[in-house]
Design a protein around this ligand. Sequence first.
Ligand code: SF4
Length: 90
Amino acid sequence: MGGSGRGGAVADLKLKWKQNVKGKMFVDQSCIACDACVLTAPSNFKMDENEGHAYVFKQPETPEEEAQCREAMEGCPVEAIGDFGDKEPS
Ligand code: SF4
């Protein structure tokens, strides 16, 4: 897609919560704990009740989970969910 302006928030790998499991999807620190992703993709997203933010506890493994994660990503009101594809910078 490319070229979305600078107006919106975009998930930032540098701000990724350490609770995220290793893999392509992650939640960053702009999460406002609205619960939407947990409701949309319960197999992959969880809420850290202590710290007050969501995180990816399991990477999507099936087409259904992929679809739910994508939906969660699109539904996140602050774009705190990122997906950097196949290569995770270490
Ligand atoms: S949808 Fe976005 S803001 Fe809401 S809990 Fe999930 S990551 Fe956080």
